[in-house]
Structure formats: structure tokens, C-alpha cells
Design a protein. Sequence first.
Length: 127
Amino acid sequence: MQKTLAIDYGTKRVGVAVSRGTLAEPLLVVPNDDRVFITLLEVLAEHQIEQIVVGLSESAMAVKTKEFAAVLAKKTTVPIVFADETLSSQKVKAQLRFSKQSKRQGPIDHYAAAEFLGEWLDAQSPR
């Protein structure tokens, strides 16, 4: 199975998750600033990523997400695909509410990336 990086794009932060076989693991949250692409390229190299899955929702953010992915595509040869990430953040918030991390502080963007990456990996698996 290819090593896959998931990106949950946001105007302030970018959540990143990686695949470990058929499992998705939250990796980090990157500030969406002038170093975001440098950091992502470092992650691609460090983890020997073979494909990128960018989460795409049906909101107004879809246009900005596609623009972000287009810039990233110009900086790497790693193929980029899009996956539905609608409600991934809400699912993560619900899961955290019912876990010991219900009082967790801080961003959850990398967990949201892992959520939609897991769903995408499941959809790619032969049945």
C-alpha cells in the first residue's frame, strides 16, 4: 500500500495525517503561513510519501482548498487527489467528547485529516 499524506486545509492551520498501511495516524498541525509549503515538502521527504489526499468539503472553502492544492502541485511531483472531508471535524469533536480527551485543548486539524484519510483508505481497499 502506498504511503499517503492527508491534508486538512484551513486558512489558519493545516492538519496533516499519514497512512501506516491501512491505518491513518494524525501527524501534526502546521500554521498556514509563509512556511507551510516548506514544512509540507519536508514531511513528504521524511515520510517518503507516494500520494497526497487533500480534504475537500462542499463549502466555500472548496475554492481556497483547490487553490492551495494547485500551488502544492507545482512544488512536488507527488500525485494529489481530493477526498470528501465533509463533517470530519465534527466527527472528531464527537469522538473526543466521549473519550478521556473531552477537555482537550488545541487544534484538532490533524485528527480531522486522519479521519477522512481513514475513510478514503477504506474506500480504496478491494472488497
